[in-house]
Ligand binder design. Structure first.
Ligand code: MN
Length: 288
């Protein structure tokens, strides 16, 4: 049954994630059969390990791969992508805090847009383990491929795939994860998403629950702050001004790294959200 694994893993009384609905899946599958382009997204997920969840709408659900290092725009860089359980289509715009249980941590909508298969039969391509497609997102564009590795990597059995950029105008050696680290939905970073969800966390700096889950969550909060370059002496957070370090770092990373001509102009829109902010805060840093 559709989404069975997804639902099994989660307790929707505890998690704000969408529960999904089998009837809706069937309806969507029927209505959108063969339709292109379709929805795609990448969710940056700070859980026990940081990773990027790559999702393509197909057959009424989101086919999903966890990509530990995130997508790379350089065709020479193959990124491991572990196929995980199908997610509900509603999940595709989710951003927020999963306070406990499976996937506990912070979810950021890192990229969103549409995908178009470059093959006639997506099911056959999936079965074969070679799916070529075009992305039209804010950050990811152009032609890509997902290739199954037959368990050669990471002992993942048939769940292990590689996500690879094809050579085209959208390829380049810019580190897109570093260059455009922020949310395309809220424009913020993990710490912003956490603060929006639970403003008190900045005062108490403590997760709601204690024990093992609480300790893990404390690590996640810490990591969210480290990524911003903003860890106070007591791990205290009131000092929002300090964030400029992290922002300045990402601005520096972007300098001169866009290599392709067309990409250079077009990608401006893709990264405006992070770019604007980085520039703004960098200026603040120079003239405090
Ligand atoms: Mn995940």
């Amino acid at each position: 049954m559709a989404l069975e694994k997804y639902r099994e893993k989660r307790n929707f009384k505890e998690s704000p994630e969408p529960a999904g609905d089998a009837k809706l899946v069937a309806e969507r599958a029927r209505k959108n059969k063969g339709a292109t382009p379709r929805f795609f997204c990448v969710q940056k997920h700070l859980a026990s390990h940081l990773h990027y969840d790559f999702r393509l709408e197909h057959d009424g659900v989101l086919l999903s791969w966890a990509v530990p290092k995130g997508p790379a725009l350089d065709p020479k860089t193959k990124r491991l992508a572990m196929m995980v359980e199908d997610h509900p289509v509603e999940y595709g715009t989710f951003e927020g805090v999963i306070p406990a249980g499976y996937g506990a941590g912070i979810v950021m909508l890192w990229d969103v847009g549409t995908w178009t298969p470059e093959v006639e039969d997506v099911d056959a391509a999936l079965k074969k383990g070679d799916l070529k497609f075009t992305l039209e997102g804010y950050k990811l564009k152009g032609s890509w491929v997902l290739v199954r590795t037959k368990g050669k990597w990471a002992g993942g059995g048939d769940r292990s795939w590689l996500l690879i950029k094809h050579r085209d105008d959208w390829a380049g050696d810019v580190d897109i994860a570093e260059f455009a680290p922020l949310s395309v939905k809220s424009k913020g970073d993990f710490a912003d998403i956490l603060a929006a969800d639970n403003p008190d966390i900045w005062i108490s700096n403590r997760p709601a629950s204690g024990g093992e889950a609480g300790a893990m969550f404390e690590r996640i909060i810490r990591r969210a702050l480290e990524m911003r370059g903003n860890v106070g002496s007591e791990g205290s957070v009131g000092s929002r001004g300090k964030r400029s370090q992290g922002a300045a770092r990402s601005a520096k990373g972007s300098k001169g790294s866009v290599t392709t001509k067309r990409a250079a102009t077009k990608r401006t829109t893709a990264t405006r959200s992070s770019g604007t902010r980085a520039t703004k805060t960098r200026r603040t840093a120079k003239n405090p």
